[in-house]
Design a protein around this ligand. Structure first.
Ligand SMILES: [Zn+2]
Length: 337
C-alpha cells in the first residue's frame, strides 16, 4: 500500500494541520461511497499520526510508515467483521475496549480502524454504544477511526464527539495518474477505458483494471443503455439476462444502470456540468437524455432502483429481471412520455 491520497485536498490539509499543531483528533469517522478510499484514508491518517517525522504527512520512509504500508504495525489495529460484514460484539468490539487500556507497543498512539460500519447492519448501533466509552473519555494513547458509506449510520452521540471527514471523487486526471502509477505495465488504452468506466472513483477504476465484478456489471449497464437507445427490446432483455443466476452481478448492474439514468435525467434538465455526472457511461447517459423526456429518465431510474430493491428482498431473480427489462422497454416505446 502506498501512503498517498489522491484528490481530497481539503481533507488531507485538515489532517496535516491537526498533526502539525499537535491537535490530533482522537475519534474520527470517514464517510463516502464505495471505492472512494475510506479505508485508505484511515490508514493514511494513522500513518500521519504515528510517523516519526511528525510533519503532518506520512513520510513513507520511517519504520512506522513502512510497517503501516506493509500492514504490520503493532499499534494500528484493523478490526475485522465476519464474512457478512457484521461485527460480532463479543469477538471484535469488546476486546478493543479491553485492549485500549494497554499502552501502545512503540508509538504515541494505538489506532483502531473499524471499517464499513454500515455493512454491520445488525450491530452498527451496538458497536457504537460500546465504543462510546472510548470516544467520550479516550485514554491518552487511543485513536478510533470508523468508516461508513453514509454519515446516517452514526449515532448523534458519536457524531457530536467525532471529527467527520468526507471522501469524494477525484478528477479523471487524478484517476489516470493513480492507474499509471499503480499499473505501470498497462497500456494507455486500458487505462483510458478504466477511467471512462470508473470516472473519479479510484476503487472502481482499479476494479475495472483487474476485471472484478464492476467490469462485468458496467458492461451490462452499458448494453442495457445501448439497447434502449436503439429501442431494441431483445437487446435490452439479453443484456439484463446476462446476470441471470448471479444475484450480486444483477444487483450491481442495475445499480450502475440507475446511475446512467440519473445522469441522463440531470442532462435533460440542462445542468450537464461534467462533475455532476458519475455513471460508468457518460456518453450513453448523454444520448439517453436526447431520446427520453426528463420524466422518462426518471421512470427508468426508478425502475432500476426498484429492481435493486427486489433483488435485496430476495424476490425470484428471473422474474425480477424480466419485469425490469419489460418496464424499461415500455418507457422507451412511449418515448418517455
Ligand atoms: Zn514516516
Amino acid at each position: 500500500m502506498q501512503l498517498k491520497v489522491y484528490g481530497n485536498e481539503e481533507t488531507v490539509g485538515l489532517v496535516r494541520r491537526m498533526i502539525q499543531k499537535d491537535r490530533e483528533q482522537r475519534s474520527v469517522m470517514i464517510h463516502g461511497d464505495k471505492g472512494l478510499g475510506k479505508k485508505h484514508l484511515a490508514s493514511y491518517i494513522a500513518a500521519g499520526y504515528l510517523c516519526s517525522r511528525h510533519s503532518g504527512e506520512p513520510c513513507g520512509e520511517c519504520k512506522s510508515c513502512r510497517m503501516i504500508m506493509h500492514g504490520t504495525h503493532p499499534d494500528v489495529i484493523y478490526v475485522k467483521a465476519n464474512p457478512n460484514g457484521n461485527y460480532i460484539i463479543d469477538e471484535s468490539i469488546r476486546p478493543i475496549v479491553a485492549d485500549a487500556a494497554v499502552m501502545p507497543n512503540e508509538s504515541r498512539y494505538k489506532v483502531y480502524i473499524i471499517p464499513d460500519l454500515d455493512r454491520s447492519v445488525s450491530t452498527a448501533v451496538a458497536v457504537q454504544n460500546i465504543l462510546l466509552k472510548l470516544i467520550e473519555e479516550p485514554p491518552e494513547h487511543v485513536v478510533v477511526i470508523m468508516t461508513a458509506r453514509s454519515k446516517e449510520v452514526f449515532l448523534p452521540t458519536v457524531i457530536s464527539r467525532t471529527l467527520s471527514l468526507g471522501v469524494s471523487c477525484v478528477s479523471e486526471q487524478e484517476s489516470t495518474q493513480y492507474l499509471k502509477e499503480n499499473y505501470p505495465q498497462a497500456d494507455d488504452a486500458d487505462i483510458a477505458a478504466a477511467v471512462s468506466a470508473g470516472r473519479g472513483n479510484i476503487g472502481r477504476c482499479k476494479a475495472y483494471m483487474q476485471k472484478e465484478s464492476f467490469f462485468d456489471a458496467a458492461a451490462i449497464a452499458r448494453e442495457i443503455c445501448e439497447g434502449l437507445l436503439t429501442a431494441n427490446e431483445y437487446s435490452v432483455l439479453k443484456a439484463v439476462f446476462a446476470a441471470d443466476g448471479k444475484k450480486q452481478l444483477a444487483r450491481e448492474s442495475a445499480e450502475l444502470f440507475a446511475e446512467i439514468a440519473r445522469d441522463a435525467a440531470v442532462c435533460c434538465v440542462g445542468s450537464a456540468e461534467p462533475e455532476m455526472s458519475v455513471s460508468c457511461y457518460e456518453q450513453g447517459a448523454h444520448k439517453l437524455s436526447t431520446v427520453l423526456t426528463p420524466s422518462g429518465c426518471e421512470r427508468i431510474y426508478e425502475t432500476a432502483i426498484d429492481c435493486v430493491g427486489r433483488i435485496d428482498a430476495n424476490c425470484n431473480l428471473p422474474l425480477t429481471l424480466s419485469g425490469f427489462a419489460a418496464k424499461l422497454s415500455q418507457v422507451v416505446k412511449q418515448k418517455g412520455k
